[in-house]
Design a protein around this ligand. Structure first.
Ligand code: GUN
Length: 287
């Protein structure tokens, strides 16, 4: 039986610490950090993620403004909105919820967010910072995954073998680099990977971010593996929330495993709060 890596608990503890830190910052600088979230359209999953971010801000004492724009918003209109947020001295962090409607190019938008306010760590210069080991903001989900892995007692990442399944800009690729920087030997698998099972069976750590309900099965893992499930899906049979890992099958074999919900999701939000505090501190220190 595996030990659960409880993202909900770990994030709760970290948010309690951040609440104290934010109160000290508020007293020192006269205002708390301020995070602006931009939501375009009304995709139910995005709406739910944004609500989670708003709730966390409230818990930690970070000031939050959510800007809701219609599904029909043009790229130009969104760029104007971002320009205003960039220029507003009272806004510290900007997050544009992805995905965006098809008329808007994500890269153009991400590129337009001021580097110093990019709490998602998606700006090309933050991405370059990660790859070139320069000071930068780390993307929230990979940062949360690292926090979870580092919470395992007496577990050194040094020299471990990890397989990251999924090669997205948001999760797969930055997780690859962040694990590599911890001296993990990392492989990135994807939909065209041949002999995936052979690869996953060799892993000490599996990070699964494929967006397919219950994709990772018992025969794909070796006993004692640490499993991080990044997926948030609906089980087509039960319509319940489920991850990319078949939890019932894999949990008995794993040493540590995350659950969905309550695993990576809360850690992503926790990292967002950390990044918002970080940008605030950098901005106020500059003045
Ligand atoms: N959509 C899914 N994950 C993320 C994330 O980490 N940041 C943003 N902005 N959008 C997302």
């Amino acid at each position: 039986m595996a030990i659960i890596l409880n993202g909900k608990e770990i994030s709760k503890e970290r948010k309690a610490q951040m609440k104290i830190q934010v109160e000290q910052l508020r007293q020192k600088y006269g205002r708390p950090p301020h995070l602006a979230v931009v939501l375009v359209g009304d995709d139910p999953a995005s709406l739910s993620y944004v609500r989670g971010k708003e709730k966390a801000c409230l818990e930690v004492g970070i000031f939050n403004t959510t800007i809701r724009l219609s599904e029909q918003t043009s790229e130009k209109e969104l760029l104007e909105c971002i320009a205003e947020l960039n220029e507003n001295p009272l806004i510290d962090g900007i997050l544009v919820q992805l995905p965006l409607p098809e008329q808007i190019r994500e890269f153009v938008i991400i590129n337009a967010i001021s580097l110093e306010k990019d709490v998602d760590g998606f700006h090309p210069r933050n991405v370059a910072g990660l790859y070139l080991k320069q000071p930068c903001l780390y993307p929230c989900t990979p940062k949360g995954i690292l926090t979870l892995l580092k919470s395992i007692p007496d577990f050194s990442l040094d020299g471990k073998k990890a397989v990251v399944i999924g090669r997205s800009n948001i999760v797969g690729l930055p997780t690859f680099k962040m694990l590599l920087d911890q001296n993990v030997t990392v492989s990135v698998a994807h939909s065209k990977t041949e002999n995936l099972q052979e690869l996953t069976q060799s892993a000490d750590i599996l990070v699964v971010a494929v967006g397919k309900p219950k994709f990772l099965k018992a025969e794909m893992v070796r006993p004692g593996v640490v499993v991080i499930d990044v997926g948030i899906n609906r089980d087509p049979q039960t319509n319940k929330l489920c991850g990319d890992v078949d939890f019932e099958q894999v949990e008995p074999l794993a040493s540590y495993i995350t659950k969905v919900p309550g695993g990576v999701g809360p850690m992503t939000i926790c990292s967002l709060m950390e990044n918002t505090i970080e940008v605030f501190e950098k901005r106020v220190a500059k003045k």
